[in-house]
Structure formats: C-alpha cells, structure tokens
Design a binder for this molecule. Structure first.
Ligand code: ATP
Ligand code: ATP
Lengths: 218, 218
C-alpha cells in the first residue's frame, strides 16, 4: 500500500485519485476550491482531502509530500498555478512526479524545469478518438513506436473460419495476432497456427501501421 | 480521404480535429464561441470552421452532416448543450457518432439515447496516469478486458541476459512477451525462445493483471 497526493481536483485529477484509492492506496487530495475538496470527501474517493493553495510552499511543506510515493499535479487551466506548484514540488524533492500539461507550451515549460513525467490527457485522448473515428473497426489502439501499433479490432469478414496458418498474416500484411477474444470472455494469448477465427472474435494485433491499414482496407 | 465534423473546440475537440486533419481528412470545426473558431482557423488546424449553436437544429441542418463520414461531439462542461446536440445529431441521422461524456451520469444519458459510442477522456486518462504512478516501471498499458492487459515496460533486472526459453515467463507468471524494443528502434515481434533480453530493452507483455503485478514485484 502506497501513499500518493493529487493536486488539482478537476475531472482528470479526481479520476487519478479515485483509481489509486480503488487499488487500495492512500490518497491525499488537494485543491484550493472548497467545493471540490468537499465533493471528494463526501464521495469518499480519497483518504484525506485538504483545501489549500499549492502555489504557497509553506502550505505544502507541512504535508510531508517528499515522504509520499508520488505526487500527481493535475492543474490544467491556470498555467501560472501549475508552473508555481511544479516549482514547489521540485524544490521539496518529491520522489515521483507526474504533471498534466494542457498544451505544447505548457508541456515544454514543465519539461525544461525537469519535471520527470509530463502527460497531455486531452491531446492523447483526442488522438485516440480520432483513430477510433478513422478506422471504424478499431476498438482500441496504442502506438508502440512511430511505426508499430497494438490494436484491438473486430475480426474482418475476410479472415473468418480459417486458421491462422492458412491466413499467413505475417507474410501477407506484416502483422501478428497476439490474442483473440472469443465470445466476450475467453482470451487466447499468442494463439497457435491451428486456431480458427470465428465471427465476432476480437483480434489483438501487432504490426506496422502500413500493414495494419492494408489489413483493414481489404 | 474522408470528411468529419467536430462540435466543441475545447482541448479534446481540437486534438481530435487536428489529428484527423493531419491524416489528410477534411475537418469541419464547429463551436459557438467565436474566439475558439478563430483560433483553429488561424492555426489552420481544420479545413473549415463555423461559429454556430449546435443545439439549434436549423443551424445544423444546413451543414449536410448526414453526408459526412462521422461527427465527434466534444462538448463537455455544458451538459444541456451536449445532450441537445446529441439529440439533433441522432435526428439528422449522422453515419457515425462519437460523443464525449464528462462523468458517469452524462455518459448514461447519452447511452440511453443510443448514441453509438460514448468516450470518457478525462476518466480514461486518469486511470492510465494512475497506472503509470502505481507501477513505475510501466510506460504504457491498456486493458484488453477486465482480467488481461497489454503493458510496455523496461526490462526488470531479474530477466536480463537470459533467453525467453530460460525465463519461462508463461509458466512462472502467466505472461507472454509479444514484442521487444531494443536500442530504441529495433522491434522484435513475437520473439522466439532463444531471444535474449538486454538491459534497457522495452518489453511489451500480455498477461493477466495478477501475473503482471507479480512479475513487477520481483
Ligand atoms: N493554486 C492552486 N492550488 C490548488 N488547487 C488549484 C490551484 N489552482 C487551480 N487549482 C485547482 O486545480 C483543479 C484543476 O484545474 P482545472 O480546472 O484547470 O482542470 P482542467 O485540467 O481544466 O480540467 P479537467 O481535469 O476537468 O479536464 C481545479 O479544481 C482548481 O480548483
Ligand atoms: N451549444 C453549443 N454549440 C456549439 N459549441 C458549444 C456549445 N456549447 C458549448 N460549446 C463549445 O464546446 C466546447 C468544449 O466544451 P468544454 O469547454 O466543455 O470542453 P471541456 O470538455 O470542458 O474541455 P476540454 O476539451 O478542454 O477538456 C467549448 O469550446 C464551447 O464553446
């Protein structure tokens, strides 16, 4: 069981806090808006919630954050508050810090301050939803590197009722089926060459982006 | 080349629009705030940008959205505007609709209206960042289903300089290495039993959540 702090109780911050809490960790939630503090307290989403201004280092010092396993800085809109809070957390020397940035410049400033991990929630989700929109058969995807992705998709018609050996996808498209979800619950991981693909199976595929696109377009 | 519309130019909506445009598609951006419309126009992030109130069906009708390949509804804060716009889009009969919801109730309302795909950007990113925080070695993860995940992580010390056959991870932890990134650029997909794991390799692993946690804790 670890101890984390989340600063900034917008929707993203609250979701981080709730997920950490649901996994059994201690979560200290911080916001300077009393209503936000009250609502996480009422919903029992966190272990403890405090109303304070995180740009004020004296207020933060009392919390012993450097003893926590990590801090998530989830202030978005107010650039100045985010930067000043990041400065405070770096000066306190917290063990692990992930900070949200709302745009490229915000991210560059945090990175130049050597904030160890900067995330771009809206930008990343925007990219993922655009992917869902462009490739209607893709349910989920993540970029392994600029050329390769892992995607989850409904088995297309042209592969149904045939074995993986017959389909020879690695040779034809440069893609590999790493898992097949059958009937919603069964998951075959690294299925063998005799595995037959059935209608409505979900395929988890790794491949280069071009090969995946090609496979989708047939 | 397809044609999409994005309604609501918050950070998420703008990211969806920009990603679609970067892939070469036509993007019509819609917002009732003139400043937001101006800024996507100035930055040339979209093909066309229009200032109108999407809760007004007459304004929407003129756009021929039912002929578009899809529409993304990205209004978050204003629940009423999101619901009314969703109603309009369903009545116009757009081909593909993905709508953003900001919380569980917002999502339930859209789902009950039979909006085909509802996404929760802040909630989902909150979960992913919580994962990054809890498992410091995990770089990226996605949930295949409630029990299985695909994760990308730095090779832990206890597996270095040994072959996959020697490590026997499937038997010991119930996990499979589906790809190994070496030196930042080389990617071995479904590596063979003689593949040796080197320091700084990134492993892409599929396994059940318990097995992954166990593997990480050694
Ligand atoms: N100086 C500060 N000290 C503590 N909390 C702050 C400070 N400044 C802003 N906050 C809080 O940060 C929280 C999150 O900020 P914001 O509303 O910008 O989030 P967001 O990133 O726009 O939204 P979301 O997370 O909902 O996408 C707000 O609840 C706000 O009260
Ligand atoms: N009736 C409407 N017609 C058109 N656009 C609207 C309407 N109501 C709200 N919008 C626009 O929707 C956009 C996105 O809404 P909002 O600010 O709620 O996004 P968000 O989800 O909170 O933020 P983000 O996407 O930045 O995380 C705003 O730019 C707003 O002007």
């Amino acid at each position: 069981m670890k101890q984390f702090a989340v600063i900034g109780l917008g929707r993203f911050g609250v979701s981080v806090a709730a997920t950490l809490r649901a996994q059994g960790h201690e979560v200290l939630a911080i916001d300077n808006d009393e209503e936000n503090v009250q609502s996480v307290q009422t919903e029992e989403l966190v272990t403890q919630a405090i109303c304070l201004d995180s740009t004020n280092i004296h207020a933060l010092e009392e919390l012993g954050l450097q003893g926590f396993d990590g801090v998530i800085l989830a202030i978005g809109e107010d650039l100045q508050a985010s930067i000043l809070t990041a400065l405070n957390l770096m000066e306190l020397g917290v063990k692990k810090l992930i900070a949200k940035a709302t745009n490229a410049n915000h991210g560059k400033i945090l990175e130049r301050m050597n904030v160890p991990q900067v995330v771009f929630p809206e930008r990343d989700m925007g990219k993922r939803v655009a992917q869902m929109m462009m490739q209607s058969s893709i349910l989920e995807s993540f970029q392994l590197d600029p050329r390769f992705s892992v995607i989850e998709m409904k088995a297309p018609d042209h592969v149904l009722n045939r074995t993986l050996a017959q389909l020879n996808l690695r040779v034809k498209f440069g893609i590999s089926v790493v898992a097949i979800k059958h009937g919603g619950t069964e998951l075959a991981i690294i299925p063998g060459p005799d595995h037959v693909i059935s209608e409505n199976d979900l395929l988890v595929i790794i491949g280069d982006n071009q090969g995946i696109r090609h496979f989708l377009q047939i």
